[in-house]
Design a protein around this ligand. Structure first.
Ligand SMILES: Cc1cc2nc3c(=O)[nH]c(=O)nc-3n(C[C@H](O)[C@H](O)[C@H](O)COP(=O)(O)OP(=O)(O)OC[C@H]3O[C@@H](n4cnc5c(N)ncnc54)[C@H](O)[C@@H]3O)c2cc1C
Length: 309
């Protein structure tokens, strides 16, 4: 059983999601962890430390869809599994690779039951499907939030790949959203805001509470569509899937599509003026009242208690 796992990374750092996918994929066999990207040496060194990694493969100077896929298509011949996290890159890359290989991908895996049996959510997380994949090769995306991180106690060898395919694409510019809050998909605390915030300016209340708690910031699609929060903060069926220890939901009703993204949250606190809101009923604790009174009070109390991250 051999596993080719594609690492996620950003700004020269291995993403925390990769350690979780390594932990999950280690159940399937020894892992060759592929790092694709310019100046990937530092990322490869971080990847080599993860327990369960047999070897790190480093493909420098590739970062375009066409060349990445050509490389993966070639490498895939040698492996029984090709896997990436179900993040934005993996969701794009893995189905495209499966199409090239004429295979059916199994996406959003949250549990591995055996070499070819996987559990994945369907109907916006309202049901779980167990799939037996009869194909000889398995092409998977795995939800990082469903697994703990692999330990960092390994010293796997790093092999640099030569002769990587040249791309016909040319990088013109990169635009990125700057932020100093933790990654939503792997954060331990998430503070989310809904349309009830009423404006981008008011949404800063959510950001202030999140920063105080060292939390990541989430938003409903309604808040994103209204322009109160950036798209990459959206949590839910068509946004990010989160599994924090604590989710504080401010002015969020709890529509099914939002709940689909927070099912892994271990504790939920809802702040809402409607005691009948679905999220209030689902929450472990609820503060019923006007968010514009409750949240500033909460921030004041945290200040008094000296809580600041
Ligand atoms: C195909 C599809 C995909 C979707 N994907 C997603 C997704 O990924 N993520 C997502 O979030 N949504 C998604 N949606 C949208 C979803 O259906 C809801 O419309 C959205 O989640 C509602 O957002 P909300 O809770 O901010 O707003 P509302 O449902 O309007 O809720 C606002 C809440 O704030 C409370 N409130 C109002 N004023 C105050 C106040 N002053 N103080 C305290 N509480 C107050 C209200 O009581 C209410 O409970 C999707 C919809 C579709 C059709």
């Amino acid at each position: 059983m051999s596993v080719l796992l594609v690492a996620d990374h950003d700004l020269g750092q291995l993403s925390p999601a990769t350690a979780r996918i390594v932990h999950a994929a280690a159940q399937l066999g020894p892992i060759d962890l592929l790092v694709i990207g310019e100046n990937g040496d530092k990322i490869a060194e971080q990847a080599a430390k993860l327990a369960g990694v047999h070897k790190v493969l480093l493909a420098q100077e590739l970062s375009f869809t066409d060349s990445d896929l050509a490389l993966l298509e070639t490498l895939a011949q040698r492996y029984q599994y090709v896997i990436q996290s179900a993040g934005s890159v993996g969701r794009d890359r893995i189905p495209a690779l499966a199409a090239r290989l004429d295979l059916m991908p199994v996406t959003d895996v949250i549990e591995i039951l055996g070499p070819n049996r996987f559990v994945r959510p369907i109907y916006a997380g309202n049901a779980l499907q167990t799939i037996t994949d009869p194909q000889a090769k398995h092409i998977l995306t795995i939800r990082a939030s469903a697994f703990p991180a692999a330990k960092s106690d390994n010293t796997a060898p790093i092999e640099t790949l030569g002769d990587t395919t040249a791309s016909v694409a040319r990088l013109i510019a990169t635009h990125r959203t700057e932020g100093d809050t933790p990654d939503l998909a792997t954060a331990q605390i998430v503070v989310g805001g809904g349309i009830a915030l009423g404006s981008a300016e008011n949404f800063q209340l959510v950001e202030k509470l999140a920063k105080k708690l060292g939390a990541a910031i989430g938003a409903t699609r309604a808040a994103v569509d209204a322009g109160y929060a950036p798209n990459d903060w959206q949590v839910g069926q068509t946004g990010k899937i989160i599994a924090p220890d604590l989710y504080i939901a401010i002015g969020i009703s709890g529509a099914l599509q939002h709940l689909a993204g927070i099912q892994g949250a271990k504790r939920i606190v809802a702040i809402n003026n409607d005691p009948e809101a679905p999220l209030v009923k689902l929450a472990d604790a609820a503060l019923i009242g006007d968010l514009f009174e409750i949240v500033p009070q909460l921030i004041d109390e945290l200040d008094k208690a000296g809580v600041s991250r």
